[in-house]
Design a protein around this ligand. Structure first.
Ligand code: TRP
Length: 331
């Protein structure tokens, strides 16, 4: 079975865009590959989060991923910092990463622009840590979006350099794998962009939000003054609302509002009310599960301990091999 690795930085609650764009695919992948899913808490240290926030965010992302259907019986679900071998491999791979290529990473350049007072070496070597995450399990496939493709390219460069330096064929080249065909782009509520936290809190709907907040956000979504010509194509903001409906509403409901748009009888207030209704019906069961898991200390402890044990077994084997290859050998 193919080995798949994916990490998520703990930065708060996931929203519908994260769910349909990634997590739902992870849940399906579990049946097709040997999956390692981890919380990338070391990676968040580059921006110096407050310790309590960091800890809570790890619990949140674990609760949400488990509630969405990541199954610790099928996959290895763990916290990156529970695997010290990752840090060791990161140190070793740093010797195969060149300063110039690290500086050319788009994500690094973005960070430099955003946090000019804190351009630490961890930011520069972020792609090396990511490469360590992946190759520590000798993974072939990494399910990530377009923004991560450059990091995967860099991971291939580092491991090829490693292999070449020692004349071995040890690490396989990991490939970014996007679920492109089925990849659902979830629109945000601002009428323009896709659902993303970077477009602001008002643009997203997360599972943890209460009914009232969800309704309010949807009622405020951007619309226009309504169709004037029968059978016209809806402009982006309206198209976005229909696309959201496509994810949570029944076919009948969708057909009803499409017809109303086509014959110019649509009232956006009604459409939004129905959409809010259907979003709440969709998110509520997730919200309840997330809350139950979040408060279940024993479950979180057990899942992370079992995940760490499985991930470490795989990581330790790799480190034994790597140490042998590079000449760090016991006397
Ligand atoms: N850099 C990824 C992101 O920002 C998170 C990540 C860290 C990751 N390590 C990884 C993703 C390993 C895939 C594989 O989304």
């Amino acid at each position: 079975m193919e080995i798949v690795v994916s990490g998520t930085r703990p930065t708060g609650h996931i929203h519908l865009g994260n769910y349909f764009g990634a997590v739902k695919n992870f849940v399906e992948l579990q049946h097709e590959a040997q999956c390692f899913f981890f919380v990338a808490d070391y990676h968040s240290l580059t921006t110096h989060p407050n310790p309590d926030d960091l800890h809570d965010n790890v619990r949140i992302i674990l609760s949400e991923y488990l509630a969405c259907g990541l199954d610790p019986e099928k996959s290895t679900v763990y916290v990156q910092s529970d695997i010290p071998e990752v840090a060791e491999l990161y140190l070793i791979l740093n010797m195969f990463a060149h300063k110039g290529e690290l500086e050319r990473a788009t994500t690094f350049k973005d960070k430099v622009a955003k946090q000019e007072k804190n351009i630490n070496a961890g930011l520069l070597t972020y792609p090396v840590l990511q490469a360590a995450d992946i190759v520590i399990h000798k993974a072939l496939k990494v399910p990530v979006g377009k923004d991560q493709e450059q990091h995967l390219e860099m991971a291939r460069t580092f491991v090829n350099r490693f292999n070449h330096t020692f004349g071995v064929d040890y690490f396989p080249e990991p490939q970014a794998f996007s679920y492109s065909k089925e990849l659902i782009k979830v629109p945000g509520l601002d009428g323009a962009s896709k659902m993303s936290k970077s477009a602001g809190e008002q643009n997203t709907i997360s599972f943890y939000e209460d009914e009232k907040t969800i309704r309010k956000k949807i009622m405020r979504a951007v619309t226009d003054s309504g169709p004037t010509q029968p059978n016209s194509t809806p402009p982006q903001p309206i198209e976005n609302l229909f696309n959201l409906m496509a994810l949570v509403s029944t076919d009948d409901v969708i057909a009803h509002f499409k017809q109303a748009y086509a014959d110019c009888s649509i009232r956006y207030g009604d459409l939004k009310k129905q959409l809010a209704e259907d979003v709440v019906a969709f998110t509520t069961p997730f919200k309840e599960k997330i809350e139950a898991i979040y408060h279940d200390d024993a479950l979180i402890k057990r899942v992370t301990a079992e995940g760490a044990a499985k991930a470490r077994a795989s990581a330790q084997q790799t480190l034994r091999d790597v140490r042998e290859i590079i000449g760090i050998r016991p006397f």
